[in-house]
Design a protein around this ligand. Structure first.
Ligand code: HEC
Ligand code: HEC
Length: 73
C-alpha cells in the first residue's frame, strides 16, 4: 500500500473514533424495549449518558442510534 494511502486511512479511522459520526454509531439492538423507545426520556430511563463519552442528555439519541435490522427477541 502506498504510504500516503496508509496515512489517509489512519487519519479517517482516528477521526471516526474521536468524533461522533452518525453513520458509525452503534445501532440499538432490536429488542422490545428498543422498538418501543421513541424519545430521549425513554433512552435515559435505562442508559446513563453521564458515564458515556461524548454524550449529553440533550443529544438527539434517535438520530444517531438507529434500530438494528432483525429482532433478537
Ligand atoms: C428498557 C431499557 C432500555 C431502553 C428504554 C433503551 N435501552 Fe438501549 N439498551 C438496553 C440494554 C439492556 C442494552 C444492552 C443489551 C442489549 O443490547 O439488548 C442496550 C443497548 C443499547 C446500545 C448498544 C448496542 C450495542 O451494540 O452495544 C445502544 C446504542 C442503545 N442501547 C441505545 C438506546 C437508545 C438510543 C435508546 C432510546 C431510543 C435506548 N437505547 C433505550 C436497555 C434499554
Ligand atoms: C452524534 C451522534 C450520537 C448521538 C446524538 C448520541 N450518540 Fe450514543 N453513541 C454514538 C457513538 C459514535 C457511540 C460509540 C462510542 C463512543 O465513541 O462514544 C455511542 C455510544 C453509545 C452507547 C454505548 C454503546 C456501547 O456499545 O457501549 C450508548 C448506550 C449510547 N450511545 C446511548 C445514547 C443515548 C441514550 C443518546 C441520547 C441521549 C445518544 N447515545 C446520543 C453517537 C451518538
Amino acid at each position: 500500500m502506498k504510504k500516503t494511502t496508509f496515512f489517509l486511512l489512519l487519519a479517517v479511522t482516528i477521526t471516526g473514533c474521536v468524533e461522533r459520526i452518525t453513520a458509525f454509531s452503534p445501532r440499538r439492538t432490536n429488542t422490545e424495549a428498543h422498538r418501543q423507545a421513541d424519545s430521549n426520556r425513554d433512552c435515559l430511563s435505562c442508559h446513563n449518558v453521564a458515564e458515556q463519552r461524548h454524550h449529553q442528555p440533550g443529544d438527539d439519541c434517535l438520530n444517531c442510534h438507529k434500530l438494528a435490522y432483525g429482532g433478537i427477541r
